[in-house]
Design a binder for this molecule. Structure first.
Ligand code: AHR
Length: 506
C-alpha cells in the first residue's frame, strides 16, 4: 500500500494544548493502593510513594492528572481523606464495591503530583453532594488562610494553598450506573450553581461540565445541549468519555476506531457551538476528553471484572487490569492522533487510567512495575508533540472495515516546533498484512535530517496479540525504524504492517 502526506508551514490547526497528554488516578482497584502508593514496598519513599512507579510515570510524561474519580467521586466525602491518617474513616465505596481506607487523600495526592511534576485536575462529588461541599473544597484547597476551611488545610500540614486550577463538576452523571445520577435538567442547574459558587471562592479556576459517558448513550447530544443551555456562561469545558475494544476478532474495525472518535468529537463541537449561537454567547466552551482508552468491557471472564469483585467487600481488589497487546498500542496511537487533529477544540484529554486499572503502567504488590505496550505511543507523543499542530493532507490506500467502511490505511498526526526547527511525525499503519510506502512532502518546512525514527510493531516470533507481562516485561516496545530518508524535500519511509511509528526531523 502507499500513503502520501503533504504538510505545509502555513497549514496549522493551532498550538499543541499540552494538557492533551493527561492521565487519570481514581480510587479504583489498585490504581492508588499498590499502584502509585504502597507503604512498605522496597521501592517506596518515606511517604509510601512507589519510586519505581514514579520513574515510569515521569517517563510516560503526563502533563495533568485527574483525581479522585471516576465513578468513585460520586459517593466520596473529600473530608475523609484529610487530617490525621489514624483518624480517617473506613468507608464502603459503592461504585466499585470496595472498602476505602482513606489512607491516601488530597494532601497525599498533592504531594505525589508535585513529585510526578503534573498538574492536578480535581473532581468534586455532584452525585451525593452539592454546592456547599464543592465550594468548601475550593476554599480548603485554594484560599490562602484566615477562614475555617483554609485554616483547616494549614492545621493539616499545608501552609501554602494547593492552587488547583482545573476542576471537574462531577463525573458521568448521565449514566444510570452513577451514584446520584441525574437528568440533564437536574444536572445542568446543579452544575451552573456549583460553578458559580466555586468561582466566587476562586475566580481563577477552570471548570469542566459533565458531558456524555459515551457516544452510544441515549441522551448523547440532548444532554450536552440541555446542560450547556443552563451552564454555558459558568463553565469552560464540556467532557467526553470513550472506551473502545476489539469485538469478535474484528481487528480491522478495531484499528479504525479513531474514525468513531473523530466523529464523536465533531458531534460534541457541533452541539456546543449550537448552544453558543442560540445563546448569543461570545466566549467559547472547549472540550475536555477526560476519559479515553482501550478497555475490554465485554467478553472477558477474568477475576478482575467488576461483577466478580462485587462478590465481597475488599480493599484494593484487582479491577479491570487489562493487558494490552501490539494491536491495542497501534489503536492508542491513532486515538492520540485524533486528539491532536482536534487540538483547536479539545484542550484537555486524560487517558484512563495511570496505573494497573486499564493503564499504561502495571505494578505488583511488593513486586515490580513495568510498561504496557500502550505506554509507548503516549510517551513519545507527550514528549515530542510541541509547537504547532500541522493540518495534514493524506492520500492513502483504503482498507475495508465492517464498522466504518473504507478507511485510510495510514493514520497520522504531526507537529512543528518552529523554535527548535523540529517536525514530529506520528504514523500508524493499520494494515495487518501489508507494509506501506510513505512519502511526506515537507513543502516549505525545510527539515533535512532524520533525528530519530522508531517503530512499535509485532516483535519477531510474536503475533499481533503479544503483550508485556510480569514475566516478560519488554516484549513489545520501540525499535529503530530503518530506511527513513529525506530526499528532495520529502520524507520516504516504509511502515511495517500493524505498526505505530514516530519520526523526528530537524
Ligand atoms: O475509568 C473507569 C471508569 O469508567 C470510571 O470510573 C468511570 O468514570 C467510567 O465509567
Amino acid at each position: 500500500t502507499t500513503a502520501r502526506i503533504t504538510i505545509d508551514r502555513d497549514f496549522t490547526i493551532g498550538d499543541v494544548p499540552r494538557r492533551l497528554f493527561g492521565s487519570f488516578v481514581e480510587h479504583m482497584g489498585r490504581c492508588v493502593y499498590t499502584g502509585i502508593y504502597e507503604p512498605g514496598h522496597p521501592q517506596a519513599d518515606a511517604r509510601g510513594f512507589r519510586k519505581d512507579v514514579l520513574a515510569l510515570v515521569k517517563e510516560l510524561g503526563p502533563t495533568v492528572v485527574r483525581y479522585p474519580g471516576g465513578n468513585f467521586v460520586s459517593g466520596y466525602l473529600w473530608e475523609d481523606g484529610v487530617g490525621p491518617v489514624e483518624k480517617r474513616p473506613r468507608r464502603l465505596d459503592g461504585a466499585w464495591h470496595t472498602i476505602e481506607s482513606n489512607a491516601f487523600g488530597l494532601h497525599e495526592f498533592v504531594e505525589w503530583a508535585k513529585e510526578a511534576d503534573v498538574e492536578i485536575m480535581e473532581a468534586v462529588n455532584l452525585g451525593t453532594r452539592g454546592v456547599e461541599e464543592a465550594r468548601a473544597l475550593v476554599e480548603y484547597a485554594n484560599h490562602p488562610s484566615g477562614t475555617y476551611w483554609s485554616d483547616l488545610r494549614r492545621t493539616n500540614g499545608a501552609a501554602d494553598p494547593f492552587d488547583i486550577k482545573l476542576w471537574c463538576l462531577g463525573n458521568e452523571l448521565d449514566g444510570p450506573w452513577q451514584i446520584g445520577g441525574k437528568t440533564a435538567q437536574e444536572y445542568g442547574r446543579l452544575a451552573q450553581e456549583t460553578a458559580k459558587a466555586m468561582k466566587f471562592v476562586d475566580p481563577s479556576i477552570e471548570l469542566v461540565a459533565v458531558g456524555s459517558s459515551n457516544r452510544q448513550m441515549p441522551t448523547f447530544g440532548s444532554w450536552e445541549h440541555t446542560v450547556l443551555t443552563h451552564a454555558y456562561d459558568e463553565v469552560d469545558y464540556i467532557s467526553m468519555h470513550a472506551y473502545y475494544q476489539e469485538h469478535d476478532g474484528d481487528a480491522a474495525s478495531f484499528l479504525a476506531e479513531a474514525v468513531d472518535m473523530d466523529a464523536f468529537i465533531d458531534g460534541v463541537i457541533a452541539t456546543v457551538d449550537a448552544v453558543k449561537a442560540a445563546g448569543k454567547h461570545t466566549k467559547q466552551v472547549d472540550i475536555s476528553f477526560d476519559e479515553w482508552n482501550v478497555w475490554y468491557q465485554s467478553g472477558l471472564e477474568t477475576e478482575d471484572q467488576p461483577h466478580q469483585v462485587a462478590k465481597g467487600w475488599r480493599e484494593y481488589p484487582r479491577l479491570i487490569e487489562d493487558t494490552y497487546n501490539v494491536t491495542d498500542a497501534v489503536v492508542v496511537g491513532t486515538f492520540l492522533h485524533s486528539l491532536l487533529r482536534h487540538g483547536d477544540r479539545v484542550k484537555i484529554a486524560n487517558q484512563a487510567q495511570l496505573v494497573n486499572v486499564i493503564a499504561p503502567i502495571r505494578s505488583e504488590q511488593g513486586g515490580p512495575a513495568w510498561r504496557q505496550s500502550i505506554f509507548w505511543p503516549f510517551a513519545r507523543i507527550a514528549s515530542h508533540a510541541r509547537g504547532r499542530i500541522l493540518r495534514l493532507a493524506i492520500d492513502s490506500t483504503q482498507m475495508a472495515t465492517k464498522r466504518y467502511g473504507d478507511v485510510d490505511v495510514v493514520d497520522a498526526a504531526a507537529t512543528w516546533d518552529e523554535e527548535n526547527g523540529t517536525i514530529a511525525l506520528f504514523l500508524a499503519n493499520r494494515s495487518l498484512t501489508d507494509a506501506s510506502d510513505l512519502t511526506v512532502d515537507l513543502r516549505g518546512l525545510g527539515a533535512t535530517t532524520v533525528r530519530s525514527a522508531e517503530v512499535l510493531t509485532v516483535p519477531e516470533g510474536g503475533d499481533r496479540l503479544v503483550a508485556n507481562v510480569v514475566d516478560d516485561q519488554d516484549r513489545v516496545g520501540l525499535t529503530p525504524l530503518r530506511g527513513v530518508d529525506v530526499v528532495d524535500g520529502a520524507v520516504r519511509a516504509t511502515l511495517p504492517p500493524l505498526s505505530w511509528s514516530v519520526v523526528i526531523l530537524d
